[in-house]
Design a protein around this ligand. Structure first.
Ligand code: F6R
Length: 249
């Protein structure tokens, strides 16, 4: 728990950089799962700074983003592909063909196959060394929204096309100019590939996240709070919070 977002994001970025460097040193490449949203923006700014200073290279990195609105053009400023280009991809030496974002332009009849192929690409790269996560106000991870499934069934969810939860649509309203204009569906990396990451870093800030942070960390493991499924992850899970997000712990 950090006193403020700036120090928390600096620490988070140093952890991402450490995970990247140690995977490259031991395996020759690093496979990173990345998040979008407002929380990680300063983390990407810090990584770009390290790259500009010459201490961090993405030359031997592949990235897999968590989610993308559906349908959406990659050129739409609200697409997560364009977010990643603005905040990271356009400013570092990550090979363009190693920067994966789910494709919001695939025809709906091909969406399931595209999602399954994304999981196969992650597996073919040896799985995720590191997954960066934000947490939704409703406890979602990626766009794995609260569900009535059993926790065991939710933990097996693959990458797929989903409907966004009303809370998620409300939170995205500012980006789309009103809640009714928010694209109501998305492609999301599933709970299963997220949990399989060798190391997971969850970052959450502000009083709006306090309840879902507390339920995720201290509550029962339930698919109604997808963040709580992280308690069952076989790898290392680290949470970086500011004091406001930690206030209900
Ligand atoms: C984004 C994502 C989401 C966000 C979450 C928090 O790729 O998968 O789960 O991490 O909605 O969003 P912010 O950071 O905007 O509060």
């Amino acid at each position: 728990v950090f006193p403020d977002r700036v120090s928390a994001c600096d620490a988070a970025a140093e952890r991402v950089a450490h995970a990247l460097r140690s995977a490259v040193a031991t395996r020759g490449q690093a496979i990173l799962g990345l998040a979008t949203g407002s929380t990680p923006e300063p983390i990407y700014a810090h990584l770009v700074k390290l790259h500009r200073e010459g201490t961090l290279s993405f030359a031997n990195v592949a990235t897999y983003n968590l989610d993308e609105y559906y349908p959406i053009s990659p050129l739409d400023p609200n697409s997560y592909r364009s977010y990643m280009h603005r905040h990271l991809f356009g400013a570092v030496d990550l090979p363009a063909n190693r920067a994966h974002v789910l494709d919001g332009t695939v025809p709906e009849s091909a969406a399931a196959e595209h999602a399954a192929q994304y999981d196969r690409w992650i597996a073919a790269d040896g799985g995720l060394d590191f997954q960066l996560l934000g947490l939704g106000r409703n406890g979602h991870i990626g766009f794995n929204e609260p569900t009535d499934l059993s926790a065991e069934a939710a933990m097996r969810l693959p990458t797929r096309l989903v409907d966004l939860h009303p809370t998620t649509r409300a939170d995205a309203a500012k980006d789309f100019g009103g809640e009714s204009r928010v694209i109501p569906r998305a492609l999301t990396v599933g709970v299963a590939p997220i949990l399989a990451a060798r190391s997971i870093l969850v970052v959450a800030f502000g009083p709006n996240k306090a309840e879902s942070v507390a339920q995720s960390l201290r509550g029962p493991i339930t698919a109604q709070v997808p963040g709580s499924l992280l308690q069952a992850a076989p790898g290392t899970v680290t949470w970086i919070l500011d004091e406001a997000a930690a206030q209900a712990l």
